[in-house]
Design a protein around this ligand. Structure first.
Ligand SMILES: [Zn+2]
Length: 278
């Protein structure tokens, strides 16, 4: 059996469910045929998914993919790992980002700038270069009145102070939230939504689970970050949007609600943030 068939056999979704962060082009690297599998998701009730960018040079390819399904939306951005590129190269890519955003904003598919942020787990180009790249993209989001999708790893104090200082018009999403409730509350105070990924289902995730239980219902989101962070129950496979139901089961359990109700709520939260028709 192919990997595509294997993972499709474990699909777990609810009607109207959303996956607020995935990387379709990376599904392919795990031998998962993205189009077949995304069609399986749509048939299983997936109402929307956000395909998140990490580099401008894949934007056109991703846009062509996203244009094949009404349920798909897209972001554009340079991830923190790009801060290790030579300065000239980085400047060229920032120009490219601005042009791509300008050409696609208001077109219905491009809804945010991201993923952008800071990462102290991996050094990449060092703290200062990471901050410069992050700041430049926060400016682009503000310039085009778009929300941001934030990656922050072992970097909450700096991420928080930069977001607070950026005076963002639209706020955004703290993606793959992996800190505790104290940080969640601070990001919530800045107007952000908090998105939980498959790592909330892991045994050693008590802090994340506490946050997932406490985030107000109009600010909670759920994502796969596929092909990474597969939920515990199907952890032997690479992740894809068809597994998002396992994460909803876990979060709904923590919140004392039903996954079906959480699905409706998350979809509404995402549409509100992205100004999509409800
Ligand atoms: Zn991601």
């Amino acid at each position: 059996m192919s990997m595509t068939e294997e993972v499709a056999g474990q699909v777990h979704l609810y009607p109207g469910i959303a996956d607020t962060h995935t990387h379709l082009i990376l599904w392919q690297t795990k031998e998962m045929e993205w189009k077949t599998l995304f069609q399986t998701c749509v048939e299983g009730g997936l109402e929307l998914a956000l395909d998140v960018g990490t580099n401008t040079d894949t934007f056109q390819e991703r846009l062509a993919m996203v244009n094949q399904f009404d349920q798909l939306y897209i972001t554009d951005g340079l991830s923190v790992s790009k801060s290790e590129l030579p300065q000239e190269d980085l400047e060229r890519r920032l120009d490219e980002l601005e042009k791509q955003v300008a050409a696609n904003v208001g077109g219905g598919k491009l809804v945010a700038v991201g993923e952008i942020g800071l990462d102290n787990h991996f050094e990449y180009g060092g703290v200062e270069r990471q901050k410069e790249l992050f700041a430049a993209q926060l400016d682009i989001a503000n310039q085009f009145d778009l929300p941001v999708v934030i990656h922050t790893r072992e970097a909450d104090p700096d991420t928080y102070s930069m977001l607070a200082g950026a005076k963002l018009g639209r706020g955004g999403i703290i993606h793959c939230f992996s800190s505790g409730w104290d940080w969640a509350r601070k990001y919530l105070d800045l107007g952000f939504c908090i998105s939980f990924s498959g790592n909330v289902t892991y045994k050693k995730s008590e802090c994340i689970q506490e946050a997932a239980a406490k985030v107000p219902q109009d600010r909670i989101l759920a994502e796969t970050d596929a092909p990474f962070l597969t939920p515990q129950k199907v952890r032997k496979y690479p992740n894809w949007s068809g597994f998002i139901g396992y994460t909803y089961d876990c979060i709904a359990g923590l919140r004392g609600t039903l996954p079906e109700e959480l699905a409706v709520q998350v979809t509404r939260n995402f549409k509100t943030l992205m100004r999509l028709p409800l």
